[in-house]
Design a binder for this molecule. Sequence first.
Ligand code: COA
Length: 431
Amino acid sequence: MWQEDYRKKCISAEAAIKKLQGMRRIVVGHACSEPTTLIDALVDQKTLFDKLEIVHMVAMGKSAYTAPEMAAYFRHNALFAGGSTRAAIQANRADYTPCFLYEVPRLFKNGCLPVDAALIQLSRPDAHGYCSFGLSNDYTKPAAEAAKVVIAEVNDQMPRTFGDNFIHVSELDYIVETSVPLLQMARAAIGDTERAIGGYCAELVDNGSTLQLGIGGIPDAVLLSLADKKGLGIHSEMFSDGVVDLYEAGVITNQNKTLHKGQMVVTFVMGTDRLYKFIDDNPKVAFYPVDYVNHPAVIAKNYKMVSINACIEVDIMGQVSSESIGYKQFSGTGGQVDYVRGASMAEGGKSIIAMPSTAKGGTVSRIVPLLQEGSAVTTSRNDVQYIVTEYGIADMRGKTLKARAQALVNIAHPNFRSELAEAVEKRYKER
Ligand code: COA
């Protein structure tokens, strides 16, 4: 009986962390599914470890293991930089590994980044002994499948969610029972600029489209602008509270989807209790591993797939930098390129990169002649399609370098247009 197996595997967080002694690499459950009780216990027992590698992506917890005084015990390997890990990466106390999000499960499974232990958070088991991955399937489920040892924090506050999103008690090595609030992500502030960007993005979204929405204020503003649309669907790496509003308003129906008709497909969610209550025991929301949800060939099966993502900077050739500010690794590639490519390949698909025209209180243009020294190109000039600012839409497809540059000048902030136009003229003048 699974119940007896479950009881035998239950230990304290402190005892569970002791099982990691001598290991080289652990993977931590993603985003708002981070097993916070286990991570606190790990940090408390730091002296057991000698530069234990901690692999994580969007870290929504405290990431105390990246503090300067932890350097002798832990080394963070970030597949995406976040608010609590960015400083350590920028100080070279932690590492950043470039990757596409859809390929992360393969890194864990094919011996490229072997996983000694996966520290995950799960819902309580159902009557058959299956625990749900709750808020995050993404790389968390594949990491548990690849790991030599699986330690699960079973939290009775974790929602039970559907899809290919379960693990049986027999596949867990150690269980730590908890009842703790889940990590949350508050709604982003939306101002006039975001609203204007949302309006232009909405012009590109036909009724019946399937959407992917990235992270931050712009995706939320786009959702607000879609209130008059009909029959939209969701196939997205992640979504947040804004999607619940549109679903309850009857705008998102998922009825026109050509893949998983009637269901929202996602690999992780981040939001507030409202979202977490919505997904709990809801068969209309299906969670799958990220190597399925974000695979460009899978994304491309969605008719009228529209991807909407944000960026830091775009140069006049249309090269998009979304993850670094000069030499500083700010975030990561995440699923941006997975969706840019998948949406471009889809029948009737469109990929949109949206950004405010300026940063730093209007003092710098995000459309620039050259990317800042040290910046990484996230979406290449060959992959990019629509670029949107609060001043309009620039379509890069099929345009010469000069025509692209001119289209980008037209959507730059008026304060920067003349100097950009000069740079375009200088670069592309006939000699
Ligand atoms: N020059 C200098 N600083 C800049 C800048 C520029 N061109 N562009 C942005 N910044 C600064 C901002 O001032 C801000 O600084 P602050 O935190 O001190 O206020 C910071 O960078 C973040 O900029 P902002 O545009 O507000 O970020 P955001 O929260 O809207 O996120 C991305 C935008 C691009 C960082 C985010 O969407 C991302 O990480 N994308 C890559 C991954 C992805 O697209 N995944 C998709 C699926 S989830």
